[in-house]
Design a protein around this ligand. Structure first.
Ligand code: NAG
Ligand code: NAG
Length: 345
C-alpha cells in the first residue's frame, strides 16, 4: 500500500492536493468505522501496480462469506478456529446481507476480535453490492499469495488447513479444495450437466477453496467482455460464482483442481441449497434426491452450459483421487483388533 501511494503522488503532481485529501480521508476513516476497511473505489485499478511475486508465501488470507444473521454463532466459531492457526495472516469476513443493522455488525465485529485466538488480523466488511461476484473482488489489504475462500458453514481443523496449504504450495496454479463436484456430458440430452462422479471431479466448491490471489483479479478484472457476460450470468442466476471461478482457473492453467482430505470437517450445510449438505466423504448419493436438490443441480447445469456458450469451449478438466496427509506420519496402532490412528482413542 505504501508503495502504491508513493507512486501515485510522484507521478501525478497536479493532483497532489487531491491525493493528500484522499490520504487524510483514508487515515481518518478507520477511526470512525473501525470494523471496516476503507472501500476501494476501483479494486481492479488498485491491484494493477501489484507484483504478486512480492506477496508473502508463508501465510494465507481467509475470505469468509457471511450472510445469515442466524448463523452468526457459527461464523464466530469458524473465525476463531482460523484465527488460531499460525499460517493465517488475516481473516476478512465479507458480509453480503445489506439489511443487517449496523449495530449488529458492530457487535459481531467486537465478538470476532474478542474471541480471536492468534495474531491474524480480522476485518468485517459490509459488501457494497449483493452480487455474488463481490466475494471474488481483489482486496488490496491482502498481502499473501494464497487466499482461502470459504462459506460460513464449514469448520476445518487447522492441521488439515495447513496440509491443504502445503498441497497448494506445490500446486500454486490449481484450485485446492475439500468439497468437489463435476461437470459431465449427458449423451441423451446432448448437453453439459452438473453432477457428482464417484471417481473424478472438475469443480471445487467455495466451502473450502484455496487458490492464488491472482485468480481474484482474473475473475473480476480480466477477460474483457466475455468475463463480463459470464459475471452477468452469475448475477442473473444468483448462483454459480464458484463454478465460474473453476472455469477461470482451469482455462488459465489448463489443469483440473486438487482435492485434499481433511481430518475433521464440520459441515453445517448451506441454507441456500440442500444439495451442498452432502459431505464429501459420503460420495454419490443419487438415490432419493430431493426436488430442491434436483432443481439446484439443474440450475448449476444451466450455468455450465451458459459459460460454455460464452467461452465457446469447455475448459473444465477432470482430476482423480484425493491427496491425503501421510498416514505414516501419524502411525497406526492396533486397538481391539482394528488399525486406528494412534492419536485417536
Ligand atoms: C490450532 O488451533 C488451536 C486452537 O484452535 C491453537 O491452539 C493451535 O495453536 C493451532 N495450531 C497451530 C499449529 O497453529
Ligand atoms: C456476541 O457475543 C455474546 C456473548 O458470547 C453473545 O451473547 C452475542 O449474541 C454475540 N453477538 C453477536 C452479534 O455476535
Amino acid at each position: 500500500m505504501g508503495v502504491k501511494e508513493k507512486v501515485a503522488t510522484s507521478t501525478s503532481n497536479g493532483f497532489f492536493s487531491i491525493w493528500f485529501l484522499m490520504f487524510l480521508v483514508l487515515s481518518v476513516t478507520p477511526l470512525v468505522f473501525s470494523r471496516t476497511l476503507p472501500e476501494d473505489p476501483d479494486p481492479c485499478d488498485a491491484m494493477k501496480l501489484r507484483d504478486f511475486e512480492k506477496l508473502r508465501s508463508d501465510q494465507i488470507a481467509v475470505l469468509i462469506n457471511g450472510y445469515s444473521e442466524s448463523r452468526i454463532p457459527l461464523l464466530q466459531s469458524i473465525v476463531a478456529a482460523y484465527s488460531g492457526s499460525s499460517i493465517v495472516s488475516s481473516i476478512l469476513v465479507l458480509w453480503g446481507n445489506p439489511t443487517t443493522p449496523a449495530q449488529l455488525l458492530d457487535h459481531l465485529y467486537h465478538n470476532l476480535t474478542r474471541y480471536s485466538l492468534g495474531t491474524a488480523s480480522i476485518s468485517l466488511i459490509q459488501q457494497s453490492s449483493s452480487s455474488l461476484n463481490a466475494r471474488f473482488l481483489p482486496r488490496p489489504s491482502v498481502d499473501t499469495r494464497a487466499v482461502l475462500i470459504c462459506d460460513d458453514d464449514v469448520e476445518v481443523d487447522n492441521k488439515s488447513l495447513e496440509f491443504a496449504f502445503s498441497v497448494w504450495k506445490s500446486n500454486p496454479d490449481r484450485l485446492v479444495g475439500m468439497f468437489v463436484r463435476s461437470h459431465g456430458f449427458d449423451l441423451q440430452g446432448k448437453d453439459w450437466i452438473y453432477t457428482v462422479h464417484p471417481d473424478k471431479y472438475s469443480i471445487v466448491l467455495t466451502k473450502f477453496m484455496m487458490m492464488k490471489q491472482d485468480y481474484l483479479f482474473d475473475y473480476s478484472c480480466n477477460g474483457g467482455v466475455e468475463m463480463e457476460e459470464m459475471r452477468g450470468i452469475v448475477d442473473t442466476m444468483r448462483n454459480c460464482e464458484d463454478i465460474l471461478m473453476n472455469f477461470v482457473a482451469a482455462d488459465k492453467f489448463r489443469a483440473g483442481p486438487v482435492m485434499v482430505g481433511a481430518e475433521r470437517v464440520r459441515d453445517w450445510g448451506d441454507a441456500r441449497n440442500e444439495e451442498e449438505q452432502e459431505q464429501v466423504e459420503n460420495g454419490v448419493r443419487e438415490a432419493g434426491l430431493s426436488s430442491r436438490r434436483v432443481e439446484h443441480r439443474k440450475r448449476r447445469g444451466k450455468c455450465i452450459r451458459e459459460f460454455h456458450r460464452v467461452m465457446g469451449k469447455m475448459p473444465l478438466l477432470y482430476s482423480y483421487g484425493k491427496v491425503v496427509n501421510s498416514v505414516g506420519e501419524q502411525g497406526l496402532c492396533r486397538k481391539s483388533g482394528k488399525l486406528v490412528f494412534c492419536d485417536r482413542d
